[in-house]
Design a protein around this ligand. Structure first.
Ligand SMILES: Cc1cc2nc3c(=O)[nH]c(=O)nc-3n(C[C@H](O)[C@H](O)[C@H](O)COP(=O)(O)O)c2cc1C
Length: 316
């Protein structure tokens, strides 16, 4: 079984990938989408979204990171994929699931699920532009407003040369509302031969098992569940749940990384965001969040986290 850390714009950046892959259990990461339209995006963009391109496209823990592209123009997508490979990308993923209105208005992300032929065109152009050694995957939702084209879309992506398909088991209209329709992933598995990765609403090891049973997939992708419960992938593979004391140790490292960034306001936002989401698993994180909520300075938040760590005896 492989477990992929889901791409999550504004959440899963280089630092979060670093933390979660060090906590372990993940086999692959996918970057936040790189939005491409009309031209080849500058190299800085690629390095911004995937600084790991400078380290063999792997996280510090050695887990590969693939670059996700999102756009609606086939040739431009192909040219961008080729450029990403020149910069060091070792795998390209295509986004056909983003529900954002501005993106969909410009015929990208989930909007494209209304036209299987368009998915085929984009995916074929990217496939042609890639060397055979660089794998191409695609990530789709079950549809835009309904699921009527789910199977056609999956088939189109396979025919166009996608070597793996991740399915977020909801339509764009269903947004992020539970449940995820894992039984639809099973229907997709019946019509394609490429590996299918199941995604959506995996929050616990039990969810992972149920999702694999219902979808029939070996492989899974986890998004929000990994942020709220960072040891989830490790647990699914038989490892230990991270107790709060361990989590505080990771939070300390994360806070130090955020403090080092040149954008303190951004660092403060990211720390609060993670600690808030951890509140889903750890009551201690909820209390910690209430304390740091009014704070504006990452150094002050760091001091509180270090103090907590000292109190539970994990800090020198
Ligand atoms: C804040 C946020 C940002 C996301 N950004 C992306 C993205 O950049 N690319 C993508 O393919 N999916 C993106 N997604 C969708 C996730 O990758 C995933 O498919 C979805 O959250 C369902 O999985 P989960 O229930 O495990 O979170 C995003 C989801 C969230 C909540």
């Amino acid at each position: 079984m492989t477990i992929t850390l889901a791409p999550m714009e504004g959440v899963v950046d280089v630092h979060m990938r670093d933390m979660l892959t060090r906590i372990s259990g993940f086999d692959l990461c996918v970057t936040e989408f790189v939005r491409v339209s009309q031209v080849v995006a500058p190299a800085e963009w690629y390095f911004k979204y995937c600084p790991e391109l400078k380290t063999d496209a792997k996280t510090r823990a050695g887990v590969p990171v693939h670059v996700q592209l999102m756009g609606g123009e086939a040739q431009v997508m192909g040219d961008n994929a080729a450029f990403a490979v020149e910069l060091g990308a070792t795998g390209i993923d295509l986004n056909f699931g983003c529900p954002a209105k501005t993106v969909n208005r410009h015929m990208a992300g989930a909007a494209l699920l209304q036209w299987p032929e368009k998915l085929f065109e984009i995916c074929s152009a990217v496939k042609k532009s890639l060397p055979a050694s660089v794998p191409l995957s695609a990530k789709m939702r079950l549809g835009f407003e309904d699921k009527s084209l789910a199977l056609d879309n999956a088939r189109a992506l396979q025919e166009a040369g996608a070597q793996k398909l991740t399915v977020h088991a909801r339509t764009k209209l269903e947004g992020y509302k539970a449940p995820a329709h894992w039984e639809w992933i099973a229907k997709i598995c019946e019509v394609v031969d490429i590996p299918v990765v199941a995604n959506g609403e995996i929050w616990t090891p039990e969810d992972a098992q149920k999702c694999r049973e219902i979808s029939g997939c070996h492989d899974i992708m986890i998004g929000r569940g990994a942020i709220a419960r960072p040891s989830l992938a490790r647990e699914i593979k038989g490892g230990e749940f991270a107790q709060w004391a361990e989590m505080l140790g990771w939070l300390e490292i994360y806070c130090a990384l955020m403090q080092d960034t040149k954008r303190p306001k951004w660092g403060e936002g990211r720390m609060k965001q993670w600690i808030k989401l951890l509140g889903r698993t750890y009551p201690e994180a909820k209390q910690l969040f209430d304390r740091i909520k009014p704070m504006k300075d990452p150094a002050a938040i760091n001091a509180i986290v270090m103090n907590e760590a000292r109190e539970v005896g994990i800090c020198a």
